[in-house]
Design a protein around this ligand. Sequence first.
Ligand SMILES: [Zn+2]
Ligand SMILES: [Zn+2]
Length: 288
Amino acid sequence: MNDVAMMQKNKINARDMLPMYMNLWYNATMLRIQTLASGSGGNAVYVASDTTQILIDVGLSLPRLSKRLDAAGIDAGSIDAVLVTHEHTDHVIGLDSFMKKYQADLHVHTNTVDIFAHIPSDRIYTFEGEFKIGDITVRHFPVPHDSKFCYGYTFTQGTHKIAMATDFGRINESIIDAMSGAQIVMIECNHCLRRLTSNTKYPLVLKRRIMGSFGHLSNPTCALAVYRLAQTGVSQVILAHLSEENNSPALAYNSVKDFLHTKGITEGVDIWIDVALQDEVGKRFEVK
Ligand SMILES: [Zn+2]
Ligand SMILES: [Zn+2]
């Protein structure tokens, strides 16, 4: 039975049908995020709508990345675009091989184009402000890290918003502002301070670098950021870029969950927390 026949049979008019069509339209849009690898051993994140696929960071060798993409059911050849958070090896080691083998465009900030001069210029698109890749609007925001540049990104499509930021030593208001109101946030939760400070394998200079403003985000600082973001409506959080030496998925999860609990926010009720792993493809999270 077509729509008109159904309307006649059930004596409903076009105005009554509008919410149904609105609902169909609403459900037709979707944003998703999935970590393919996360941590100092290599990073790659997949963000996609129904029609656009983006890879953020290629911090795995091509064979390793291919295995992760296969495990996630993603066709590497159908990725439309690549973004890079920063130039550290754990975020770009596979970039050149990926760009040689596949046809994706590389989107880089105008100020960082020199770093990617070896990539054929007809494959590079530069941005300064917000821009679109297919039906996804991309915005970048700087985060403090000891690299030539380091950006977090937000991806929006209509009312859907996903935000991600790793590799930064401190939170500031512009980071909170940028990530505010996202339905899903991926954020660094790098180290347990006690584990790091008592780690006899790490020289003091390295500990200071990690704990410094341009290093990596500790569990308690991440917890504070998640609390701030929860107040803006963030309800799904992916803790990312965990240190294998100075953290564990349970430590990261518990320190954020326990801090939120002291603020009256209950994990599994008010907010959902997942942990991205180094050696496994993460769950696929969707905003519908
Ligand atoms: Zn990193
Ligand atoms: Zn880094």
